[in-house]
Design a protein around this ligand. Structure first.
Ligand code: GLN
Length: 487
């Protein structure tokens, strides 16, 4: 049997019916990685022997398939998560060779419920980027078109699932890094509410914005990963104590929803993306939903707000990569100061340096009030826009990305153009809300288009329910030919 195209739900059914064993499934996925990933560059580390040994242990536990909600599910983990015994580079030379001494809570929960890690996947350096071209280990390519980007920063996580190298994957989303690559690769990608999933064991980028979330082919699969992974963790003081619903059991509830659209926010969207988005609105209306106009007047400041807050937090978080505490140390230092500056200079890439400088500047004495403090005040305004919108509608909806996957190199010389790829995702992190990207069509170049549902805090279940309903009317979304072993 060929493996790669299956969903979690399909694999679980197969295990229940004793059609195959975990070791057979995992072997199939490892084979796909070895045969296909040369083209994609999505995996940074695989450990086939350990992985297969873990799968074999599950072979002897087939009678537990109903107790373990992720029994024998192959999962890929972004390389900014710590998993004991595995490397964690966060896409940076400064962390190359670093081996994690412990496992992130999110990953530990998935593993304890039967998931099998097939590898650590590529990402933009310290999760900074929208195209996965900032990785110290080379760009990742989009399985739908190898000349195009998979989106970023979790491009390895999206490419791996779309190409059939893992059933699901984990990424982090600070300003769009799960939703945007999910959209560009034709997958479902969730950025949960801030505090819904533990950040313990994640390489920090911007701590007030970072969230962990899943990539999957279907809404059901996303809901399944979340019901296992979400919830309070006493090792992350920002994680919420709210109970976690059984998301998969709530999916089929019969509800209709009111969707809010901010028309001024949609300006500049690629026409084909716009058309597909309008079709989504029509589909919701046909299901009995309502679409209303809302106003989000401060979202137009999202980009400038984000690019003050995120780099400020990053400049502080990244101060620890100094050649002494972790990872890369220059071989040629003449003094301790020289050691610090050379290790950082040689170990850290250009985009990350740019952000560190920007953040240090915004936080420095005399500028703090004008930049960092101001940005936080605008952030509050953006949150209030959403709060107001949610008095009128259940969700705010938008395209996920203003365009489909762009060509490698197309935006690398123009940071602003690159940053604009996240125009629809950034405000969601600034407001701490959950956002779900769902595939809704293909453009004339056969590239996936996605739309985004933004919900009230901790209303992931509503997002899943609405997306599940939409998925039913949309029908099965295609996979790129590489996922079927072709191309
Ligand atoms: N593209 C945005 C950035 O570079 C968002 C990245 C992310 O969500 N990790 O900051």
């Amino acid at each position: 049997m060929e493996f790669g195209t299956q969903t979690i739900q399909e694999l679980l059914e197969g295990y229940q019916a004793k059609q195959f064993k975990p070791s057979e499934v995992i072997e199939g996925y490892l084979k796909n990685i070895s045969e296909r990933d040369e083209k994609l560059n999505s995996f940074l580390q695989v450990r086939p022997e350990e992985t297969l040994a873990n799968a074999k242990k599950l072979d002897g536990r087939m009678n537990e398939v109903n107790q373990l909600p992720l029994f024998g599910i192959p999962i890929a983990i972004k390389d900014n998560f710590l998993v004991e015994g595995w490397q964690a580079t966060a896409g940076s030379k400064v962390l190359s060779g670093y081996v994690s001494p412990y496992t992130a809570t999110s990953v530990q929960r998935l593993e304890s419920m039967g998931a099998v890690i097939v590898g650590k996947v590529n990402c933009d350096e310290f999760a900074m980027g929208s195209s996965n071209e900032n990785s110290a280990f080379g760009a990742v390519r989009n399985p739908w078109d190898l000349e195009r980007v998979p989106g970023g920063s979790s491009g390895g996580s999206s490419a791996a699932v779309a190409a059939g190298l893992a059933t699901v994957s984990l990424g982090t989303d600070t300003g769009g890094s799960i939703r945007q690559p999910a959209s560009l690769c034709g997958l479902v990608g969730l950025k949960p509410t801030y505090g819904r999933v533990s950040r313990y064991g994640i390489v920090a980028y911007a701590s007030s914005l970072d969230q962990v979330g899943p990539f999957s082919k279907t809404v059901w699969d996303s809901a399944r990963v979340m019901e296992v992974m979400a919830g309070f963790d006493d090792r992350d003081a920002t994680s919420s104590k709210r109970s976690v619903p059984k998301y998969t059991e709530e999916l089929s509830s019969k509800r209709t929803f009111t969707l809010g659209v901010s028309r001024s926010w949609l300006e500049g969207v690629d026409p084909e993306v716009g058309k597909s988005f309008e079709a989504v609105l029509e589909a919701f209306k046909k299901m009995g939903g309502k679409v209303i106009d809302i106003d989000l007047p401060h979202t137009r400041y999202s980009l400038s707000t984000y690019y003050l807050i995120a780099p400020s937090e990053a400049s502080s978080n990244l101060a620890r990569y100094d050649g002494v505490h972790y990872g890369y140390r220059t071989p040629s230092a003449k003094s301790s100061e020289d050691l610090y500056s050379r290790s950082r200079g040689e170990g850290i890439g250009r985009e990350v340096k740019l952000r560190i400088m920007l953040g240090t500047y915004a936080l420095s004495a005399g500028y703090y009030d004008a930049f960092y403090l101001k940005a936080n005040q605008v952030r509050r305004k953006i949150q209030e826009d959403f709060e107001k919108a949610f008095t009128q509608c259940d969700f705010v909806v938008s395209p996920t990305s203003p365009s489909t996957a762009f060509k490698l190199g197309e935006k690398t010389d123009d940071p602003l153009k690159m940053y604009l790829s996240d125009i629809f995702t950034l405000p969601v992190n600034l407001a701490g809300l959950p956002g779900l990207s769902v595939p809704c069509g293909l453009d004339s170049k056969n590239l996936p288009i996605g739309f985004q549902l933004i919900g009230k805090p901790f209303c992931e279940s509503d997002l899943f329910t609405a997306a599940y309903q939409y998925e039913k009317v949309r029908g099965e979304f295609p996979l790129p030919s590489i996922a079927k072993g072709k191309g």
